[in-house]
Design a protein. Sequence first.
Length: 308
Amino acid sequence: MRFSREYIAEIRSIDLLTYLQNYDPDELVKSSRNEYRTRTHGSLVISNGLWHWIARGIGGKSALDYLIHVKEMNFAEAVEHLGNCINKKMTTVVSHKTKYKFKLPLPCQDTVITNYLCKKRSLSEEVVSYAIRHYFIYQHDSDVVFVGYDEGCKARFASVRSTVGKDRRDIAGSNKRYSFKLTFQSDSDVLNVYESPIDLLSNLSLRQLKGKAWRTQHHLSIGGAMRIDHPEKDRKLPIALEQYLKQYPQIKTINLYLDNDRAGRDTSELIKKMLDNSCEIIDHVPAHYKDINDELKHFICKRNEIER
């Protein structure tokens, strides 16, 4: 079956939240003020017009991608299914504009996050202490809050990660342009890029434990990675990376520390392709581990074995 370009463009313009609210509302579960999950897959998060299936490292915007990669339809089946939906019922487009003013969760005094980060995630106590003292991380209930600041040092972004479960999410109203980052030397021309705050702090911990200088250069978490399955013309740099390069145009070298999975590799290739002529890009994907936090844990285990 063949479809015109115009028809495919119309089908692809339907985002997942709009599709589910119009044609499969029972599948939607509201998990926070501006975030949904699906009843079938609890780790599939829909927020700010995008969806991300955390357990599989798959993400996108359109309902078409969802039907292909989550529902496992082939392209023609997915297009035909969406077309039939539109023919049966007029689509009511859902607005993705946030209705909530960004506000940081209230902090509380406890040692839960230190125990979680240093013992369960094996981060360096020195690195964690630095991040806490400078208000980059703090505790809210049983969650770790990771804060991102804008150029004027105003908090504009925050993500939370549970210390007792797998829940992780962005705070409502967060501006993803200002993701979690640590800028130690603003005049440095080297930027280190990670998927998550934990990965960022893991690499700093590795450096500190190896006796290397760790409070140097630029360090940025881009807030995850996605499989690149949409057309090349629609591909864009992660928005946090785009913003950071605007703020620090002197960056000449980018070290990528993304995960060793399909989403991480796809995102690495995308960054390399889009910045090839402007920066030297070095890929540090962990060859034998899932991510840099796993690499940190294995380093500590080996060091402890040697010391015994």
